[in-house]
Every structure is written in C-alpha cells, then in structure tokens.
Design a protein around this ligand. Structure first.
Ligand code: CAA
Length: 260
C-alpha cells in the first residue's frame, strides 16, 4: 500500500484527497481502495477535518472505474469478495462518514468511479465530465453499490437506462436528472467544491452528521426512517451545538459551534 496513490491536503477544515493514478485514469485497484479507506477513517477522528473533498488527478478523469486489469482473471468467488470488500471497506464508509464528503468530478467517472461519487454526499462536476456505469459492456454488473445508489439518486427509470445501455452521459444531463448537484467549468471546480464545503461548515458539525445519519436510516433494511428522524431530532436537543445555535439566534449573533 502506498500513500502516494493519494494526495492529502488540509486547509481551513477541508481535507482534499486526490486519487493519483493518472496513468490508469485513476482506476481503483486494491491498493487505492485500501489507502482511500484509511484516509477516510483517519479523517473521522481528525479534529482539523470538518469536510472532505474527493477528486482525481489530472484533467481527464475523476476515476475510470475499478481496475479491469486487476480483476480480469477472477473467478466468481473472487468477484464476490472484490465487491464485498470494496463496499464494506470504502464505499459504505464514505456514505456513513460523519463528516460530509463532496465528490469533485473532474472528468470520466465510470463504473466504480461513478459508484465512488454516488457514495459521496454531494457531487459537483466539471462541464467536461462524462459519467456512466459501463459494466454490462464488460459482461459484469456494477459491484460497488451502483445498482442501489444510482436508483436512489436519479430514480429507477433513469438508473436502468444508464445501467442497461452502459452509455455515458455529460455533466448537463447528469445535473438535469439530479445525479450531480452542480456543474461548473473545469477551472472553477476546486473553488466550487470548497464553496460548498464552507457553506456546510457554517452549520453545527454535530447536526450535520446527525442529519446524514437520519437520511441514511431511510435506506436501511428494517429501519423506519421517520422513527430514526424522531430519535435523531430528540438527541440533538442534548448537544452543546443545539444550546449554542439557539442561544446565538436569540442573542442575534453568529453561533460558535463546538461540534459536541
Ligand atoms: N481499469 C484499468 N485500466 C484503465 C481503466 C480501468 N477501469 N480505465 C482506463 N485504464 C487505462 C487504460 O488501459 C490505459 O492504459 P494503457 O495506456 O496502459 O493502455 C490508460 O488507462 C488510458 O486509458 P485509454 O487509453 O483507454 O484512454 P481513452 O481516452 O482512449 O479512453 C476511457 C478513456 C473511455 C475512460 C477508457 O479508458 C475506458 O473505457 N475505460 C474503462 C471504463 C470502464 O469500463 N469502467 C468500468 C470498470 S468495471 C467496474 O468499475 C466494476 C465495478 O463496478 C466494481
């Protein structure tokens, strides 16, 4: 495993993680997945990190998918382990991160690359980005959560069109179906992701992470999302951030949240 597979830059509460495998269009091999997973884990307890931005190196690709060359000879059993380990180690952890994760999609986001962006809480794309789940063109199906998260985000009809046709869509089409939250020029992508991060960081970190938890609860098997929301809402009243947020409103000043 090598840390040079990702670049980590921290400033003003924002951790920017750049996947650095440009020679393979940042394709996700086992080492990249393990390195990314570790960075996401460490960020959870790093008090200097409030928000994470995930992007790809170079101007061509965010991530062009799982590494096809790595799994080309796999058996069914190995394929199952690949999907299971990837989902458990990285994709689910990103989605469940208590700190918001923003995907800055700077080019191709295909297969596992789009699935990585789908696991993030917010997606911003450059206007030259191309997105798709081309797995069926390789004789396989999306394995890093794409068959579940894409329909959750764009609806079953559009998701089935994208998955079954294996076609890429451009950034504008992605915005029009809700796949990405915003589209900007490539030069403006980094600033747009930072601006989004700052707009989230004005709020209570505790409430932000609780809101993520409540939204995700609605997609969990056997959990009633409305009940989860009621419990999360109640728990918020016990936090320092709630006392500070409401007091600041009453005193007509900006809140200074501790995140507790
Ligand atoms: N895995 C491994 N290597 C990849 C890769 C991938 N997913 N995507 C690109 N590369 C490599 C290419 O093999 C090439 O390497 P070489 O120079 O050693 O040949 C290099 O990156 C540059 O790529 P191209 O020459 O193909 O660049 P291009 O501009 O002609 O095409 C592209 C760009 C359309 C993105 C094309 O690279 C492509 O189609 N890539 C594969 C996309 C794909 O099918 N992704 C899904 C993977 S399966 C998956 O993700 C399964 C899952 O859900 C778990």
């Amino acid at each position: 495993m090598s840390d040079s597979l990702i670049l980590q830059q921290k400033s003003d509460g924002i951790l920017t993680i750049t996947i650095q495998r440009p020679q393979a269009l940042n394709a996700l091999n086992a080492d990249v997945i393990a390195t990314l997973a570790e960075a996401i884990d460490v960020a959870q307890t790093d008090a200097d990190v409030k928000t994470v931005i995930l992007t790809g190196s170079g101007d061509k690709a965010f991530v062009a998918g799982a590494d096809i060359k790595e799994f080309a000879d796999f058996s069914g059993k190995q394929g199952k382990v690949l999907a299971q380990q990837g989902q458990n180690l990285l994709f689910n952890r990103i989605e469940r991160s208590a700190k918001p994760v923003i995907a800055a999609i700077n080019g191709f986001a295909l297969g596992g690359g789009l699935e990585l962006a789908l696991a993030c809480h917010i997606r911003i794309a450059s206007d030259n980005a191309r997105m798709g789940l081309p797995e069926v063109s390789l004789g396989v199906i999306p394995g890093y959560g794409g068959t579940q998260r894409l329909p959750q985000i764009v609806g079953k009809g559009k998701a089935l069109e994208m998955i079954l046709s294996a076609k890429m869509i451009g950034a504008e089409e992605a915005a029009s179906c809700g796949l990405v939250n915003a589209v900007v020029s490539p030069d403006a992508l980094h600033d747009a992701a930072q601006k989004m991060a700052r707009s989230i960081m004005k709020n209570s970190p505790k409430a932000v992470s609780t809101a993520i938890q409540a939204v995700l609860a609605g997609y969990e098997d056997g959990i009633n999302g409305f009940d989860a929301e009621i419990n999360c809402f109640g728990a918020s009243f016990e936090t320092e951030d709630f006392k500070e947020g409401t007091q600041a409103f009453i005193e007509k000043r900006k809140p200074l949240f501790s995140g507790k």
